[in-house]
Design a protein around this ligand. Structure first.
Ligand code: 2IP
Ligand code: CA
Ligand code: CA
Length: 378
């Protein structure tokens, strides 16, 4: 599988470039922040521009990976459906065409001819070449064939923060409660047969502004966990005496209360499922707990691979509590990525239905589960 990790990083970099472009180029920015509701809503747009940006990023990742690794074709999945209502009616399936000109024509068919400049900017970015100077990626050979893998893409996680674009959100103990920095690109690979995540890239397109040029600088993190191989761009964080958790602002108050009593400090609140998972990988928080079915396979696959590479994991909260309450020994089973939930429709088929707990050090998983063990309703 020589080069797959490098390819995942490269596509995440191109995706990050498109995300930055959407905010930096006036014609794109105007579309991005345009209010697409109420009487001003453009009836033509079945879905809004932010969705088009997401879909286009997803399609460029599919295109580039599928070109380089034909065995992956048909196994690259993403959050978004690529069908749009065209400017002149009918359905347009957004994809990366063979030439930039054809991609422009396709985007114009969705956006309308008045948005030709925006379409050109997007097509140019989508067809550009990415050069990666990262030599660390070259020697990595995890020994798994692309023909055995599937891919989950979240082209932009935390879209609300991406659109809102706040740059001045002060971090609390290193964790930003919201803002542009929580918008991430997530690309994960899982074993097609077992569903276990094996490789993941988290890209932060808006990590920081260059103090001189004021341009956004990104950064990325990767991890590989396959067989006995555990490789990661990050080092495992230190173990703190008492764990501190990161939670969604929308988390149930009872869960927040119970986890606040772990002794590591009040739960940190942050936007973006991917960003909260990244906080755990970076050691800014010791666990991320989500008690509801609000995250999906595309949110957790890439970060999960990185957590595994660091020696940790990601388990369904419900299942893990059941094992604990039944007095079961050993580690609870991890979240898998290859099978949809039966009897459900659309994206719900891929929800992490039993909630989740993400951790690097297993003692933090145990502490979290103990704290929630007797909570009614879980
Ligand atoms: C969302 C996004 C939200 C998150 C939700 C994800 O993905 O990350 O922020 O909710 O779980 O599905 P919260 O911030 O409350 O954790 P997207 O932005 O891709 O829809
Ligand atoms: Ca998401
Ligand atoms: Ca998304």
């Amino acid at each position: 599988m020589a080069g797959l990790l490098r390819a995942l990083v490269a596509v995440s970099q191109k995706a990050a470039e498109v995300a930055r472009l959407c905010r930096a180029e006036e014609p794109l920015f105007r579309l991005l922040v345009a209010e697409k509701s109420g009487p001003d809503r453009n009836a033509r747009f079945l879905r809004d521009f932010k969705t088009l940006a997401d879909v286009l990023i997803q399609e460029l990742i599919k295109h580039d990976l599928g070109t380089q690794f034909p065995e992956l074709r048909g196994h690259i999945h993403g959050e978004e459906s690529s069908d749009f209502r065209g400017a002149h009616g009918g359905t347009v399936t957004v994809r990366v065409c063979d030439t930039p000109e054809d991609t422009v024509a396709l985007l114009v068919a969705v956006l309308g001819p008045e948005q030709t400049r925006a379409a050109e900017l997007l097509a140019q970015a989508v067809h550009s070449e990415v050069t990666l100077g990262d030599t660390e990626l070259d020697g990595i050979e995890p020994g798994v064939s692309p023909g055995d893998l599937g891919i989950w893409i979240d082209p932009i996680d935390s879209t609300n923060e991406f659109i809102g674009g706040r740059e001045d959100v002060a971090p609390i103990d290193g964790v930003a409660p919201g803002g542009l920095c929580s918008a991430l690109v997530l690309v994960g690979a899982f074993d097609r047969h077992t569903g276990v995540p094996v490789m993941g890239v988290i890209n932060e397109p808006f990590f920081q502004r260059d103090p001189q040029t004021r341009r956004w600088q990104g950064r990325y993190h990767w991890g590989v966990a396959h067989g006995d191989t555990r490789l990661c761009s990050l080092s495992p964080p230190c173990v703190r005496p008492c764990p501190r958790v990161v939670l969604s602002r929308a988390e149930r108050p009872a869960v927040r209360g119970a986890l606040g009593s772990l002794g590591g400090g009040p739960p940190l609140l942050a936007a973006g499922a991917g960003y909260k998972l990244l906080c755990v990988a970076l050691g800014l928080a010791d666990a991320f707990v989500s008690s509801q079915a609000t995250t999906f396979a595309w949110d957790s696959c890439a970060p999960h691979a990185i957590l595994r590479a660091l020696g940790g994991g990601l388990v369904p909260l419900e299942g893990a509590l059941r094992v604990l309450r039944e007095g079961g020994e050993g580690e609870p089973p991890e979240v898998l990525y290859h099978r949809p939930q039966e009897g459900l429709e659309g994206s719900e088929r891929w929800a992490n239905r039993g909630g989740l707990v993400a951790f690097v050090h297993p003692q933090n998983l145990r502490a979290v589960l103990e704290a929630l063990r007797d909570l009614p309703g879980l």
